[in-house]
Design a protein around this ligand. Structure first.
Ligand code: NAD
Length: 498
């Protein structure tokens, strides 16, 4: 249900809700219903500075970086429980702000809670190395320490999920954080503040500022007291964050865009591949870094397979995101809507065949677009190379595995890919040669907290999730321990001169 009055939010700094220093606020309209659903404090440079100061103080003088793994784990597990307890309300907020179907928003809350659970296990396994091979007088220790204050910036497509791919891992490592969610969907992230306080995380360890990319995100990325940035968003803004980070050479981890191919070989289980092809482009309205937005089909089965994709995509229910049966909800913003429609127009003008959709739909007071399929797409077309971030599928054909690999690797992105075949040799050889951080074989867009996630090429740098996630948020320190009497440098010099 749409709330009678919009939800109200303040900034979360130093363990409490505070208004922005200017008193400025902004609001969010539901993309499906055109009703105001949230009103938020609008962080300016001074508010971001205050949040960083709180995080710095909590890191330099607070208990969190020195807490034991067991103590940190207890808080993270409690946070997971609280997310599960508040699942309904969190899912509602996510749906109202983003336009995604409610059933999917609920799944996202479960998935997010699972990430807090998993990060808790890692907080008890922060270990290094010991060198007992340096001779009798020396022992070498290599230890991991929290990197410091981490700035986290997130996009609008999976707000609570993406912050949960970063924040619990940074906390598990002992870092303190300032989080800036997207201005389009700050609600669930701001609600995390109280959840984390209830879970026992000390004041100042997590600070959350709602605001715009410029100035709030820019101030966070360029601030000299921030030791690391963890950013998820578009490739172009990712590059801006790298530039902004240069002043103090902070570490930057980036999760960026994708133009992910699903490669369908003729020998595949075509029914399963069909389902994944439609899921791959309709899930989250195609507003998904992992969307299977390119379908590469082997020519011998191409025509029949594409016909089936079109027929299945035609059946997908587009509608009110609050309806349990909806599979495709509203497009997040006017800007995103215009971008998608612009690409549909480009596809037509470039000579691709519009096999399905391509039109806006008049539903409620919102912005909706029909699932859209282009075939006869060639690798040079913009709709084959660029991230559209909408329910628009580009179908290309190939004859040989070699050609499929070449097309798959022909964009600037390298986030993920799908390979569909019953032949083990094809599955492995193609998976190995695709330049992407994740390759799914005979499945698509599955994920496990245990498995690292991230991109090759301009899809990002660094990896999230898995046991390596802790590495991102730690520094390595070498400690050399001398054992027994030490030969003095001065004495050694005299011996040499003698
Ligand atoms: P975006 O890059 O426009 O915005 C992302 C965040 O950056 C927002 O919080 C925004 O306020 C902030 N921002 C904007 N300008 C900034 C600046 N100058 N300095 C610092 N921060 C700034 O992206 P979006 O439209 O919110 O999200 C869509 C993009 O995110 C797509 O490209 C998608 O592929 C990508 N994405 C990637 C992953 C992944 O894990 N690889 C996951 C989800 C989304």
């Amino acid at each position: 249900m749409i709330p009678k009055t919009p939800f109200q939010y303040e900034l979360w700094i130093g363990g409490k809700e505070v208004p922005s220093q200017s008193g400025k606020r902004f609001d969010r309209q539901s993309p499906a219903h055109d009703a105001v659903v949230g009103e938020y404090a609008r962080a300016d440079v001074v508010d971001v500075d205050a949040a960083i100061e709180a995080a710095r103080e909590a890191f330099d003088r607070g208990p969190w970086p020195n807490a034991s793994g067991a103590e940190r784990a207890k808080c993270l597990l409690k946070a997971a429980d609280l997310i599960r307890q508040q699942k309904e309300e969190l899912a509602l907020v996510e749906t109202l702000e983003s336009g995604k179907p409610i059933a999917q928003a609920r799944d996202e809350m479960d998935w997010a809670a699972g990430l807090w659970d998993y990060a808790a296990t890692l907080s008890r396994h922060i270990y290094g190395d010991a060198y007992n091979s340096l001779g009798p007088a020396m022992l070498g220790l290599v230890i991991r320490e929290p990197i410091g204050v981490v700035g986290i910036i997130t996009p609008w497509n999976f707000p609570l999920l993406i912050v949960s791919q970063k924040l619990p891992f940074a906390l598990a490592a002992g870092c303190t954080c300032v989080v800036k969610p997207s201005e389009l969907t700050p609600g669930t992230t701001l609600r995390l503040g109280k959840i984390l306080a209830e879970a026992g995380i000390p004041d100042g360890v997590v600070n959350i500022v709602s605001g715009f990319g410029d100035p709030a995100g820019a101030q966070l990325s360029s601030h000299p007291q921030v030791d690391m940035m963890s950013f998820t968003g578009s490739t172009s803004v990712g590059k801006t964050v790298i530039n902004a980070s240069r002043g103090n050479l902070k570490k930057v981890e980036l999760e960026l865009g994708g133009k992910n191919p699903q490669i369908i070989f003729a020998d595949a289980d075509l029914d399963a591949a069909l389902d994944a092809a439609v899921f791959g482009i309709c899930f989250n309205m195609g507003e998904c870094c992992n969307s299977g937005s390119r379908l590469l089909v082997q020519r011998t089965v191409g025509e029949e397979f594409v016909h089936r994709v079109v027929e299945l995509a035609r059946e997908v229910t587009v509608g009110d995101p609050l309806d349990e049966k909806t599979k495709v909800g509203a497009i997040v913003s006017e800007q995103q809507f215009a971008k998608i429609m612009g690409y549909i127009d480009q596809g037509r003008r470039a000579g691709a065949n519009l096999a399905l959709g391509g039109q806006p739909l008049q539903i409620l007071n919102g912005r909706f677009i029909e699932p859209t399929v282009f075939d006869s797409v060639t690798p040079g077309m913009a709709i084959a190379k660029e991230e559209i971030f909408g329910p628009v599928l580009s179908v290309l054909t190939f004859d040989t595995p070699e050609q499929a690999i070449e097309i798959a690797n022909s964009t600037m992105y390298g986030l993920s890919a799908g390979v569909w075949t019953r032949d083990l040799d094809t599955a492995l050889s193609v998976s190995r040669r695709i330049r992407a951080g994740t390759v799914w074989v005979n499945t698509f867009m599955d994920g496990y907290p245990e498995l690292p996630f991230g991109g090759y090429k301009e899809s990002g740098q660094g990896r999230e999730l898995g046991r390596f996630a802790i590495d991102q948020f730690t520094e390595l320190k070498t400690i050399q321990l001398h054992v027994g009497p030490r030969t003095s440098w001065w004495a050694r010099r005299r011996e040499t001169n003698a």
